[in-house]
Design a protein around this ligand. Structure first.
Ligand SMILES: Nc1ncnc2c1ncn2[C@@H]1O[C@H](COP(=O)(O)OP(=O)(O)OP(=O)(O)O)[C@@H](O)[C@H]1O
Ligand SMILES: O=C(O)C[C@@H](O)[C@H](O)C(=O)CO
Length: 343
């Protein structure tokens, strides 16, 4: 049974608002960044990666965002254009703001880190004037990246996009997507995260991100299912709480809870899994699948991308994910939990 019903009269499957940036991933592995000699350049930024992921899965995707008015911005626009991701709602920064750059470090077979250059970034310049009511109204899903709430005018652009979505029956996914470099204070962040979390239909985030949203400490006794209860009471239909290697839990408003484990693969880098997970999950929802089926695709896609060198270029087709699941069919990755069970 489909978990979420979409308005099938809407022509676009997904519109995302947030950052598209560039990742420079090291070609020399298992060493710290100071010892790397060469990097490969890829499109990056969590919502940018997800746009690529959902497009690769055959869905109709548009992006609302701001890129630099230079060759890096051109790289992004061309990358999207070549894949038919709609760039009609993308603008160029007017005052010399830079594209966000991320240098990544793959320091060992189990550890990787990201180093972000985000001073004066173009993506936070997207403004309410750049958000078209008609464009949002024509989409089945609006996905908002939490990092886009970090500063004005991007913050107001997101809030306006969500208002339009709610007015026109567009489902809102809030990907908390915390990136520490961008925020001024934890108090400010909690205000905007919780505001969005009360307006969305689906929330996806790590337990650390939920703690930030609730402004509670890491050793808080509040259990995952209590967080899910809170956000379901505010109208969310699905709440997904990720626990890194321990897996994740998905709670639905009809009081079902599922534990999602990871597939066994040889990890290459630890970032990008969340974007692949999100892309395949959105695909499953759009296909009208049950929650466990969508979650199985999500975790398989995540495994495939964390085993690859890039995030965006490594996004997979539905057939490739199906083959992966078939090859790993002895691994049971989605199990039903009691509502208050812990992982
Ligand atoms: N070592 C691993 N092996 C297999 N799958 C993994 C591994 N690490 C992560 N994943 C998959 O990637 C998913 C997302 O990872 P994680 O919880 O790190 O998300 P995230 O922090 O949002 O990632 P991102 O770096 O994309 O923002 C996990 O739920 C899991 O399915
Ligand atoms: O999300 C970012 O801005 C950095 C990414 O580009 C990087 O690929 C990553 O962390 C994926 O989520």
């Amino acid at each position: 049974m489909a978990v979420i019903e979409f308005d099938q009269t809407k022509s676009r499957d997904l519109v995302l608002i947030g950052r598209v940036t560039i990742d420079f991933n090291p070609n020399e592995l298992n060493r710290t960044l100071d010892r790397v000699e060469t990097f490969s350049m890829y499109l990056g930024g969590s919502p940018g990666n997800m746009a690529v992921g959902v497009n690769k899965l055959g869905k109709n995707v548009g992006f609302i965002g701001c890129v630099s008015n230079d060759q890096f911005g051109t790289f992004i626009l061309n990358y999207f254009k070549e894949r038919k991701i709609d760039i009609s709602q993308m603008v160029r920064a007017q005052h010399g703001e830079n594209l966000g750059l991320t240098f990544t470090e793959i320091s060992s077979p189990t550890d990787s880190q990201i180093l972000m250059y985000r001073n004066g970034v173009a993506d936070l310049q997207i403004s309410p004037q750049d958000v078209s009511e008609k464009y949002i109204a024509d989409s089945k899903i609006l996905l908002v990246s939490g990092t886009a709430l970090a500063a004005s005018p991007s913050r107001e652009a997101c809030l306006l996009a969500v208002q339009y979505a709610k007015k026109h029956g567009v489902k809102v996914i809030f990907d908390i997507d915390y990136r520490e470099y961008t925020w001024k204070s934890k108090e400010e962040l909690a205000i905007y995260y919780s505001l969005l979390g009360k307006m969305s239909d689906i929330i996806i985030g790590s337990r650390e991100e939920f703690n930030l949203m609730e402004n509670i400490s890491e050793d808080s006794k509040i259990a995952d299912h209590e967080l899910a209860d809170t956000y379901i009471a505010h109208g969310n239909q699905i709440v997904i709480i990720k626990h890194g290697k321990k897996g994740s839990i998905a709670y639905s408003a009809d009081k079902n809870a599922y534990k999602i484990d990871s597939y066994n693969i040889k990890l290459l880098k630890s970032f990008g899994g969340g974007d692949a997970y999100g892309s395949a999950f959105v695909y499953g929802l759009l296909e009208g699948w049950s929650l466990p089926e969508a979650l199985k695709y999500a975790t398989a896609h995540a495994a495939m991308v964390v085993a690859s060198h890039s995030c965006s270029n490594a996004m997979q087709t539905a057939e490739q994910i199906r083959d992966f699941i078939e090859k790993h069919k002895e691994e049971q990755v989605v199990t039903k939990l009691d509502w208050s069970e812990k992982i």
